[in-house]
Design a protein around this ligand. Structure first.
Ligand code: NAD
Length: 440
């Protein structure tokens, strides 16, 4: 099948590469010439495990191409995926300017039947706006090509995106006409050979499904964080509580980890966008407002602990920090708790040396020339001369460090662990003063 993917970010590039990998002829379009140059030079502009290999394999096989030429892209694919960003606008609503620009471009240049498939996370009703944008462009050209609009929200997780796309739990397809549904079934056939995973519904329900999923996951995290903070005041241990409730199949194990807040390119913006949708309809979404407020406070929870230990004024203090990405296995720092934590430590006068396996370039771009923030090439280097170690992202390589050396290298042998990576009893045995989230 001939496919165009508009946007070569985390979702677009993974989708394009995986669709090419099962034999399709895929053209990826981006407005950012720097990204296309990297791709044409045989690289990828993001860190995503396994992606580089798939991209190279399919480029070599002649099934995957890249372009900045919008007209060429609109004429290539019968299926046109829109996978561009939907960042939050000032009021928290999803900014649709990239989605609608992509739709207008398709309308302007399409020369045959097109299925326009929206993979970006968009508010309910966007399918109608995409349709209107295409109709307007076609009318301006006095062209009458038929087209369908489909909602096909993406559920891949950064850090495991290739695997998620190749082996999805479910494929949500919101569509109103059989021709489009048949095409989507054909397209996703190779990803659901063992069992039917495609759930077909109307466009609006599909659009809302994506927000519902992310809002539910964010709710679980904020709920556990709130209980963790309470557990600290009660002398209870949130890890034991987690095990106690996760073993109930009605609750399950996923997304029950307390920590220093959720971040990333999806949960924060999607929760805000859903709250905004509610407001537009006169529904105050009480639970989600609380989920968001709890998360904002939680991002500063580690700094609160640092302040409780070292005082309000941190000038002259120096901290080693492990983890900048919003979660392991990605270089993405959008809305990452590390951004708030580092900024607050610096604001209080401290200096910081940070280490992250892949996100340090991104951190340099975000924090710029900040003289009180430095980076280390290896995790143990951040400990040199540091008053304490602060852990923000649970990278695998931090799971079992040399605690004796940590104790020897730190000036105060204090560890603030925003991801509950270690057992307080082990830390006590080693002689490290340990502060987790909700741990006894
Ligand atoms: P991203 O910012 O990584 O990539 C978006 C890309 O689109 C950029 O490269 C940008 O240059 C390009 N672009 C913007 N306008 C364009 C246009 N008119 N034509 C061509 N290219 C254009 O974004 P992302 O993380 O891939 O997210 C894309 C969408 O998917 C968002 O709505 C997001 O909420 C959703 N989503 C993201 C994830 C995730 O884990 N990142 C998961 C599921 C859904």
């Amino acid at each position: 099948m001939k496919i165009t993917v508009v946007g070569t970010g985390y979702v677009g590039l993974v989708s394009g590469a995986c669709l090419a990998d099962v034999g399709n002829d895929v053209l990826c379009l981006d407005v950012d010439p720097a990204k296309i140059r990297i791709l044409e030079d045989g690289g990828i502009p993001i860190h995503e495990p396994g992606l580089l290999e798939i991209v190279r394999r399919n480029v070599d096989a002649g099934r995957l191409f890249f372009t900045t030429d919008a007209e060429y892209a609109a004429r290539h694919g019968t299926v046109q995926f829109i996978a561009v960003g939907t960042p939050p606008d000032e009021d928290g609503s999803a900014d649709l300017k990239y989605v609608l620009a992509a739709a207008r471009n398709i309308g302007k240049h399409m020369d045959d039947y097109r299925v326009v498939v929206n993979k970006s996370t968009v508010p309910v009703g966007t399918g109608d706006r995409v349709r209107e944008a295409i109709v307007a462009e076609l009318a301006a050209r006095e062209a009458g090509f038929p087209f369908s609009v489909v909602s096909n929200p993406e559920f891949l997780k950064e850090g495991a995106a290739v695997d998620d796309f190749m082996r999805p739990d479910r494929i949500i397809v919101g569509a109103g006409d059989e021709r489009a549904i048949d095409l989507m079934r054909e397209l996703y056939g190779p990803f659901q050979r063992n069992r039917e995973k495609m759930l077909v519904m109307d466009v609006r329900s599909a659009e809302l499904t994506k927000y519902a999923a992310n809002a539910m996951l964010a709710t679980r995290i904020s709920f556990m964080n709130e209980l963790a903070n309470l557990a600290e005041t009660l002398g209870a241990d949130i890890e034991l509580v987690r095990q106690g409730i996760g073993s109930d199949p009605r609750i399950g194990w996923h997304f029950l980890y307390a920590g220093c807040g959720y971040g990333g390119s999806c949960f924060p913006k999607d929760v805000k966008a859903l709250i905004n949708t509610g407001n537009e309809r006169g529904h105050d979404l009480l639970i989600l407002n609380a989920v968001e407020a709890a998360n904002e406070a939680q991002k500063l929870r580690l700094v609160d602990k640092v302040v409780a230990r070292f005082g309000e004024d941190l000038s002259g203090r120096h901290f080693g920090l492990w983890g900048l990405a919003f979660k392991p296995n990605t270089d993405d720092m959008r809305d990452a708790p590390s951004r708030i934590i580092v900024a607050e430590l610096l604001r209080r006068g401290a200096t910081v040396v940070a280490y992250d396996p892949v996100a340090m370039d991104e951190a340099r771009r975000i924090f710029g020339d900040e003289p009180r923030l430095a980076y280390a090439e290896r995790p143990m280097e951040v400990l040199e001369g540091a008053d304490a170690l602060i852990i923000v992202t649970e990278w695998k390589e931090f799971r079992s460090p040399d605690f004796i050396r940590i104790k020897q290298m730190l000036r105060h042998a204090v560890v603030f662990d925003g991801r509950n990576m270690y057992e307080p009893s082990v830390m006590a045995r080693v002689g490290l003063e340990y502060y987790g989230i909700g741990r006894r």
